[in-house]
Design a protein around this ligand. Structure first.
Ligand code: SF4
Length: 87
């Protein structure tokens, strides 16, 4: 079962869905400002990363930012595995 209780507490809960699927940099900035004040921002970001959600603004991050975070986490994980094998 997916724990989505936190979604009801998000600042976006009563806003139009399109707000978080912007098609311009102005729209991205607007959505990110809303996320910056959201009490569940970290949970939202982790949810998007865990579920490999590519589209939209989640946890105050754009698609490109989440892709970069995923890459950094993969690299960190590979480095940690290599270090543990070497020891
Ligand atoms: S961080 Fe942004 S997208 Fe996530 S729940 Fe909050 S307002 Fe919605």
């Amino acid at each position: 079962m997916i724990d989505s209780e936190w979604m009801a507490r998000g600042k976006c809960h009563d806003l139009p869905r399109e707000t978080f699927y912007p098609d311009s940099s102005v729209g991205v900035a607007r959505a990110r400002r809303i996320c910056a004040r959201c009490p569940v921002r970290e949970t939202c970001l982790e949810y998007a990363l865990d579920n490999h959600i590519a589209d939209g603004i989640w946890g105050g991050t754009s698609e490109r930012q989440r892709s970069r975070l995923q890459q950094e986490r993969r690299e960190h994980s590979v480095g940690r595995t290599a270090r543990s094998r070497a020891s």
